[in-house]
Each structure stands twice: as structure tokens, then as C-alpha cells.
Design a protein around this ligand. Sequence first.
Ligand code: PSV
Ligand code: MN
Length: 428
Amino acid sequence: MFKAVDKGLIDKHNSSLISELNHDFEYLSKKFQTQNISIEEIKNKLKNFQVAVPTWGVGTGGTRFARFPGIGEPQNIYEKIEDCAVINDLVGITQKVSPHFPWDNVSDFKELKEFADDFNIGFDVVNSNTFQDQGDQLSFKHGSLTNADKAVREKAIKINIDAIEAGITLESKGLTVWVGDGGNFPGQISFSKSLERYIDSMKNIYTKLPNDWRVYLEHKPYEPAFYSTVISDWGTSYICAKELGEKALCLVDLGHHLPNTNIEMIVSRLIDLKKLGGFHFNDSKFGDDDLDAGSINPYELFLIFNELTEAQEAGKLTNVAYMIDQSHNVTDPIESLILSANEIATSYAKSLLVDQNLLKESQDNNDAVHCMQILKSAFNTDVSSLVAMARYENSNAIDPISVYRSLNYKNNKSKVRASAQGSTSGIV
Ligand code: PSV
Ligand code: MN
């Protein structure tokens, strides 16, 4: 079902590109044959790969200093779903959308589900927003789930329970909890008490999870709290997930680590501890910059997928929630999300080229150079024709950006959508 983008237009673009694609794909197949790699097997895995798109990602982001709204921006969750449907019609691997409540203001969740169904869009994990006030006397200025005031904690717990209830109607299967709670000054909060309150609040939320649901705990070292954050790292996240129970897992947002952290090793640790639940993909240079996935350090993204693929092949991992979480300040978010989905699929494809048995053998032989060569040779392989062929066979666009640009989508939307109110600063 294609509703957002005319299938005829995709076919027209594809027909002008297919002969070159066939040629490149054929070349890669022959190359793989000599390496005993089944291109068909990898293509099938790519055709079934999925990564969710966040509703807040299709709106133009900003920094503390300013936000420069784009033209034809979506102003509500319905318009956001339309934009997500454009992305999915073109790339085919972003069928689900991850909403943020009550950021996404919805009065009738059943109606929203029907609206999204009509665009062939499903709902991924739901997110709860307890990092800005929601319009009454109880403020999150000094924290939400960890606030010293029980009434504020109860308000934050309720927001999470409401998000679960909304998610049930939307047929989601999980809740991601990120809290910005922490302190800006030494001594401002008790490290110990705030963690205790977090666990206590989360236990309340956990009891409301349906049996087939999971709750994902997202850590982050700093921002908005710049001295100490309650759920600052994967270790704290792991301790809390363990304390809560089987349905609680850790979520790794790539930007939520200090520069130079070995994120792929964290991924491996969480896999071995049976607590890796999901990802928020993005890239960064300095901190939580929320840059486009794979735009700065594609090798890191590949190394993360290498850990995931190794674990999957060893039967240690199933059911990981993949999502993009980035802020698009200077690009059309639709273009950024198309490219990011492609980067993520590309990293996954390259990880499938790694001969894990050979890597193990070389590790056992302490052959550091050969180990590095195995990884580098997979990473340096140009798999663009393979990823494009998977898209083509799924009836999506060989070159999604050029189809998108030919739509003149945002210009057309600017004539029917309300324009953004002002250009207030703020992240996303
Ligand atoms: C926090 O920085 C975060 O990564 C969390 O996932 C939030 O829900 C999201 O960004 C919102 O911008
Ligand atoms: Mn995130």
C-alpha cells in the first residue's frame, strides 16, 4: 500500500536506474561468489530489516540558541505520520513510528491508529516526556521520577502509565523511559536517594506493563543536568533493569556517551548480561549532538552491528528495538531520515560480510593484524548496489532522495499546513 508517494512515480524513477543497478549488483554477486558469501541471503535479511522513526525527528530541531523552522513542517502527529509514510514508501524499512507522549498531543488514540493504518504505518515503542512541565503546578524543574516531592513523582509516574495505555491502543509493545533528572551543583541532590526514588517510581510503572511488553531504560551522562545525572551510564541502567525484572532492558542511544567511549564494547557487555533491549541511532562529534546516523563515524556504527550480528549468529540475541533518534537542524528531516535509514541498513549489510569463524580463529592465534583486516575488508566493501536492490525488490525506490526531490513535497505542504509559531530555541 503506497499512499504518501505515488507508486507510479517510484516505478518511473526505478525503470531509468534498473539497468545500471543490475550491472553493479551482478558485479558484487560475482565478487561474493569467490568469497563464498551468499548475496541472496544477505539481500533477504535486508529486505526484512526494520528501524523505527521518531515522531519528533520529522520536525526541524534546534539548539539552545535558536530553531529555524523549515517550510511545510508537520505541526501535529497526524502530519508527522504523513511525513513518516513518505519516508517508508521510499525506503520500505521504516514502517513503524515511535511517538512521544504527551509531546505528541492526541485526544483520540483509536482514531490515530486508524489514521496511521491507512498510511501503512505502525507504532513502535512509545516514549514518555517528563523533562518539561505539562501545564500544572507540579514542576519537573527539579526532577520527575526522582523528585524529592512525592506528588511530582506521582505525576511523572502517571505520565508513563498514560503512555503505556496509549501504546496499548496503538498496538505498541514497549515503553522507553529517559529522564533528565540530576543536579547542576555538587550537593544539590543526594546520589543515593535519587536513584532509590527512580527505582521506586519505575517499579510502579513496571507493574502496569502488559505481559508482552518491555520497558527500555535509556541512560545519558549529562544534559540537562550538567553535574550529575541519575541514570548516567550503562552500568546504572543495567542495575536498574536487573532490579525491575525480566521485562526491563537497557537502551543504548549512541549519542549518550562521553567522547571516545567504546560503545561496541558496551553493546557486547549488555548482550552477555541479557539486558540489551534497543538502540537510538544517531552520530556525534562532541556529546549528544544528535547528528545523522553514520555521518561522522560510520566505522563505529559498523562495529556496533558487527557485535549484534556476531551475537545473532551465535543465537545470543533476538528482538532488539532499533530506532533513529536525531535532531535535524539544517536539513529537511525527511532527507536526513532517508539517508540515516540507508546508513543503518548499510552497516548491517557490511556486518553480515564478516566471517565470524575466521575472526575467532585469528583472535585465538593472537593475529591482531588479520583480525583488523577481516573487519576492514567488510567495512570497505561497497554494498550500495545490494542495499538498493533490496529496496527495489521491496517495491521501494532505488534512489529515494531523487524521487523525494521530484515530489516538491515540503513546498506543496507549505500551502496546506499551518506555519510554525515563531522560532523559539529548544532541542527538538
Ligand atoms: C534525550 O536526549 C533523548 O535521547 C531521549 O531519547 C528523548 O526521549 C529524546 O532524546 C527526545 O529528544
Ligand atoms: Mn534517545
